[in-house]
Design a protein. Structure first.
Length: 285
């Protein structure tokens, strides 16, 4: 069943002004429950505008958005509970921390849902454990923490609402390589544990290739494709033509193929490339 569905979704920014722009143009898509998907597109492609429709931050100029079978904007009174089903983590979410303690910051979302103290406490502690925050950190001020820890607190605050869909906009942006791996690792582990739908927006093709099963590609405000990761990167030339990169390992093997050394298609992770080469070389270590 589609947890997110759009029908002819169009959003026009600045209507009636000289700055009018079609930010999302007639997008039709179905994202299945439990998908771990990446969203990519060049700057201005419409990907950020698109994800803001998924939890009702933006209202379509025309067309429809369905969340878990419910059509957004049919009844404004029902918009709030539907929004709790889709958690959106913006880029640099740590800038939105404001409470006295980590505990209170993570509690903000569950309390807004009207949950009682016992259930809120359970969610805070469970989510903190899930993102790798030690119990003693909960009593600290979030402003005493490192950048990576602040990012975990901000993500935990959205996870604690237990949304059916978790959307993360550039969750590893600005972190060092170790921090990137940790954040992306906890997101992948979250998906494996909950089997909830996770949408990961990123400019890093390597991050996308390693962590998602499907990819949604936006180009010039339109949906270019939504398909399995291997099938999307198989269209590497088309992605390059629209200004997107592909994983470095894919470019290497595409170049080898052009030179007459064809080692196969759909090579987009270093791990897969390594295993392929070892197999071709007879298991040589």
């Amino acid at each position: 069943m589609a947890i997110i569905k759009t029908e002819d979704l169009t959003y026009i920014d600045g209507e009636g002004t000289p700055f009018r722009k079609v930010a999302v143009d007639n997008v039709n898509i179905e994202i299945e429950e439990g998908d771990m998907a990446g969203i990519i597109g060049h700057t201005g492609s419409g990907k950020s505008t698109l994800i803001q429709h998924f939890n009702g931050l933006l209202k379509p100029t025309c067309g429809s958005v369905y969340i878990d079978g419910e059509r957004l904007w049919d009844d404004k009174a029902k918009l709030r509970p539907v929004r709790f089903k889709v958690g959106l983590v913006f880029q640099y979410p740590e800038y939105q921390l404001f409470e006295e303690t980590v505990y209170k910051d993570i509690a903000y979302g569950p309390k807004n849902m009207g949950l009682d103290e016992k259930e809120t406490d359970r969610r805070i502690k469970e989510t903190a454990r899930m993102v790798g925050l030690a119990p003693e950190v909960l009593d600290k001020s979030p402003f005493e923490l490192s950048g990576g820890q602040k990012r975990r607190v901000a993500i935990a605050g959205v996870m604690a609402m237990e949304p059916k869909v978790l959307i993360l906009d550039e969750p590893a942006s600005g972190l060092d390589p170790k921090g990137r791996e940790q954040i992306l690792g906890l997101i992948k582990e979250y998906h494996e544990q909950t089997r909830n739908t996770v949408l990961l927006v990123s400019h890093s093709m390597e991050d996308i290739a390693r962590n998602v099963d499907k990819i949604l590609v936006m180009n010039a405000s339109k949906l270019f494709c939504y398909d399995e990761t291997a099938k999307v990167f198989h269209r590497s030339q088309e992605l390059t033509d629209m200004g997107l990169s592909v994983p470095q390992v894919t470019r290497v093997f595409n170049r080898l193929k052009a030179m007459g050394v064809d080692l196969g298609e759909d090579i987009y992770t270093v791990k897969y490339a390594k295993n392929l080469l070892l197999k071709r070389l007879g298991g040589m270590q």
